[in-house]
Design a protein around this ligand. Structure first.
Ligand SMILES: Cc1ncc(COP(=O)(O)O)c(C=O)c1O
Length: 442
């Protein structure tokens, strides 16, 4: 035991020494992503819309995970991250996967199986959003039913939902726009009235609350992304969370080849498995002994993350409160500047019961030309901008066969008039001053 501990201390010390001795390289990493005030040169340093909020602690975690040689693929760090994530966001169970898109894919598949939804059952969602909120509905033979957006928050218009509900409607799939929730009281009332489930794509809204509760607490299941633009990042990565143990078990099975075995982390090494019955008569149509690790109860995928991603996640969770506070602050500062100096634009606000952990700072322009010129001005001056994702998704080649985009007039203004800049946690006063001067000069 002492020996192992000594070895771990030595490894960590060696990693830290290595990082210190190559400090210049790691300054570059900081420069790229953290844009520290010391490194910031107005008009030259790019202001990324987001990026991993990492420092040497994440690098130490990655190197320790790899160099300890204990796990390469999902192991103890992923397992600990799943447990810590659940605890931190007040949810009972979570499974980590390799992306937010994978999380949506297995979440929809698991809830469909658990609730025995049939092919062509209907799922309601916004017509504006990210493609892999929609894609899993189609991939699991369900039918998307689209709702147009309202122009205050850009979320789907809650007043248009009821007219789209049929006896085949099973769920409403919410994906809050850049983290900002719609009126959750109204949404939950609709769900209750029509006996619908609430599914949550929480990829952009991790940490956002409604009446003091995380949004994931209101949903039967929620997904999350750890791509670098998101609130916490593990490089790539995602999570599915639910209070329903069976849903999360199906999620794990779907992400792990469809297997029945539910050993996680170190339990994978138990001779008799977590079930205590690893070698048994598992197959009803075969009378021999079979290893539970090779029993397949679902038609699955392999969407497992690497253990080093779990190790990064554990470090990131410790920073979440700081990230949350800084994202809210960045959005507020940029909103004040934008509203003061750019005529005619609007930046959506949160509703009184919401506290939004902003993914970005949305900007609604008065017309197509003002968006074009503002985007061009920002980009030319090193401030990254982004579209609000796909815009009306029915304009996109992959989805245009589903329905006429013209049926959703508000959604059609998104490509014309909406874009966003960051609300990143690494922004600082020099950046805010620079943006302000830039907009005064426009
Ligand atoms: C709302 C939403 N859902 C899903 C995803 C997909 O996440 P990932 O890039 O981790 O696959 C994203 C990505 O940015 C997103 O914004």
């Amino acid at each position: 035991m002492t020996l192992i501990n000594e070895k771990k201390v030595t490894l960590e010390t060696e990693i830290r020494n290595f990082l210190t001795s190559t400090a210049n390289n790691f300054d570059t990493l900081k420069y790229l992503y953290n844009t520290t005030p010391e490194n910031f040169v107005a008009s030259q340093t790019p202001i990324y819309y987001s990026g991993p909020y990492w420092d040497n602690e994440e690098i130490v975690a990655i190197m320790k995970a790899v160099l300890s040689g204990q796990w390469i693929t999902s192991g103890e760090s992923v397992h600990k991250f799943e447990e810590q994530f659940s605890k931190q966001f007040n949810i009972k169970h979570s499974v980590m996967v390799n992306s937010g898109s994978s999380a949506n894919l297995v979440m929809v598949g698991a809830v469909k199986k658990y609730l025995e939804w049939q092919d062509n059952d209907e799922i309601i969602l916004s017509v504006v959003g990210f493609p892999t909120t929609l894609a899993p509905i189609l991939q699991h033979n369900l039918k998307p039913v689209f709702i147009d957006i309202e122009l205050n928050s850009l979320n789907f218009d809650l007043e248009l939902i009821e007219e789209k509900i049929t006896n085949k409607t099973k769920a409403i799939f919410l994906s809050p726009v850049l983290g900002n929730p719609p009126n959750m009281d109204r949404l939950l009332t609709i769900c209750e009235k029509y006996n619908l489930q609430l599914l949550l794509d929480n990829c952009d809204s991790l940490g956002s609350t409604w009446q003091g509760q995380y949004l994931n607490e209101y949903a039967i299941a929620s997904s999350c992304s750890f791509y670098p633009a998101h609130h916490i990042s593990t490089g790539e990565g995602g999570m599915v969370s639910s209070n329903v143990k069976e849903i999360v078990s199906i999620v794990r099975s779907l992400a792990y080849w469809g297997r029945d075995c539910y050993c996680v982390g170190a339990a994978n090494l138990l001779p008799c498995g977590t079930c205590g019955n690893r070698f048994d008569r598992w197959l009803p149509d075969y009378d021999g002994i079979v290893d539970h690790k090779y029993i397949f109860t679902n038609i699955g995928y392999n969407l497992k993350p690497l253990d080093l991603q779990g190790a990064i996640g554990l470090v990131q969770l410790k920073k979440f409160a700081e990230i949350d506070r800084k994202r809210r602050y960045s959005k507020q500062r940029l909103q004040t500047i934008l509203e003061q100096y750019v005529e005619g634009i609007r930046v959506p606000n949160e509703l009184p019961k919401a506290e939004t952990c902003w993914f970005g700072t949305p900007i609604i322009c008065p017309d197509r030309e003002s968006k074009r010129s503002l985007v061009e001005y920002f980009e030319q001056n090193k401030i990254q901008t982004r579209n609000y994702f796909a815009g009306n998704i029915l304009l996109q080649p992959a989805y245009k066969h589903l329905e006429q985009a013209a049926n959703y007039p508000n959604a059609n203004i998104v490509l014309d008039r909406v874009f966003f800049i960051g609300a990143a946690p690494h922004y600082h006063e020099k950046i805010f001053d620079y943006v302000e001067k830039l907009l005064i000069a426009k």
